[in-house]
Write a protein that binds this ligand. Structure first.
Ligand SMILES: [Zn+2]
Length: 170
């Protein structure tokens, strides 16, 4: 399992809902947690490891929190900019506007339905990871002008990813 990067079409697909039994994803989620640790990430979405399913690792009180079929139930109107990175966009850090407080529901690693309320960085991580499930990357949330400024870096990541994909096909 590796983290795929910008340029890989899987990142642009809408991920499919997981069907029950939800606890059947435990081993896969453990692998995701391992990979996330290897890359020193604070969040991860299944499409980033090449699996187009609605599974993410978010963050609750700064600890990794896996969530299956996550849905945002409620957002507070308050928003804030802060710097974000993404394992699929290595070396790129961008100021992204996100909701400060959100309430989510989904299923935990044991397949139990959960409802959680998170704020600040935790809320940011969940919003970022849920975007991945809809094929949205943080570069889609900046201005055209700001995207122009990172064009060369994006091109480099894309070229590296396409090379890596070619190796996997062979
Ligand atoms: Zn990301």
């Amino acid at each position: 399992m590796r983290v795929i990067r910008y340029g890989n079409p899987i990142l642009r697909k809408e991920a499919r809902e997981v069907s029950p039994p939800y606890d059947g994803k435990k081993e896969f989620i453990k692998s995701m947690l391992d990979v996330m640790g290897d890359y020193n990430g604070i969040g991860l979405a299944a499409p980033q490891v090449g699996v187009s399913e609605r599974i993410i690792i978010g963050s609750v009180e700064r600890q990794p929190y896996p969530l299956i079929n996550p849905k945002i139930l409620y957002v507070d109107s308050e928003k804030e900019y802060d710097e974000e990175g993404c394992l699929s966009l290595p070396g790129i850090y961008l100021e992204i506007l996100r909701y400060k407080h959100i309430v989510l529901e989904g299923f935990d690693i044991d397949g139990n339905p959960v409802r959680i309320q998170v704020s600040d960085l935790d809320a940011r991580v969940f919003q970022h990871e849920i975007d991945h499930l809809d094929g949205i990357l943080m570069i889609d949330r900046i201005s055209v002008k700001d995207r122009e400024a990172i064009r060369n870096t994006l091109k480099k990541i894309e070229d590296e990813e396409l090379n890596e994909m070619k190796k996997e096909i062979v």
